[in-house]
Design a protein around this ligand. Structure first.
Ligand code: SAM
Length: 236
């Protein structure tokens, strides 16, 4: 029973859950842990910890950046973090969940159906491939990513999807100062600019995390993103 924990934790993050959202989050956590017994979805196996370290952690984005009515892409969504949590808490959000691992996406399709969510879909493939085509390039108001790659690399994977005027929200640890300064050149080359880094504490824990907000101020040059081999070998 994680509902009381969510009912206390969400307002502490400045988030007022819409009607039915807490029950949906609870069901999502239940389905996650059930499937986790047969498929590797998360290393966290205790319901209260899923509530804190996954659900509340992802919900913290809403205290940093307003998402109502936006078109959002979640890069490397895994089991749906933060994309599914955000969709449940902000029903007007249009969400695309991108991952290179198809079996996780199959589970997410099934789960979003079971939760009765509309306006959310999956996209299978590598982040650096889909953004080369017109269908997705600079088509999103907001791109999120959590626990996928170091910021320098991640910026090349994510910023090409963001429309000028939109933002890339990177979920990081509070120890990411060095990573952030190392990514300065990449962010500028890709048309981004650091707007802010916001640290928060996950309610009910001593865990502190960070949201890095990078705004898109100009179009990403067509030569980006490069192939993953090049990104890895020679990060911007
Ligand atoms: N964001 C989720 C979370 O916070 O729990 C999942 C994090 S998991 C450690 C990283 C995910 O990113 C994996 O599901 C992996 O398949 C995906 N991934 C890594 N590199 C990717 C790429 N270049 N394109 C698409 N997905 C990628």
């Amino acid at each position: 029973m994680i509902a009381p924990l969510l009912e206390a934790g969400l307002p502490a993050l400045g988030v007022e859950p819409p009607a039915g959202a807490v029950a949906r989050l609870e069901e999502y956590a239940r389905l996650l842990l059930e499937k986790n017994q047969v498929m590797n979805l998360t290393a966290i196996t205790e319901p209260q910890q899923v509530a804190r370290l996954h659900v509340l952690d992802c919900a913290a984005l809403l205290g940093v950046y307003a998402l109502e009515g936006k078109r959002l892409l979640d890069v490397g969504t895994g089991a749906g973090f933060p994309g599914v949590v955000l969709k449940i808490l902000v029903p007007s959000l249009d969400v695309t969940l991108l991952d290179s691992l198809n079996k996780r996406l199959d589970w997410l399709e099934e789960t979003c159906g079971a939760l009765g969510l509309a306006g959310i879909r999956t996209l299978h493939g590598r982040a650096e491939e889909h953004s080369r085509g017109d269908a997705f390039r600079e088509q999103f108001d907001v791109v999120t990513s959590r626990a996928v790659a170091e910021l320098r690399t991640l910026s090349e994977l994510c910023l090409p999807y963001v429309r000028p005027g939109g933002a890339f929200l990177a979920m990081k640890s509070v120890d990411s100062d060095e990573e952030l300064s190392a990514a300065g050149g990449a962010i500028a080359a890709l048309g981004g600019r650091l707007r802010e880094k916001r640290d928060y504490r996950i309610p009910g824990t001593d865990v502190r995390h960070r949201v890095i907000v990078i705004e898109k101020i100009s179009e990403t040059p067509k030569k980006y993103p490069r192939s993953f081999a090049k990104i890895k070998k020679n990060p911007l």
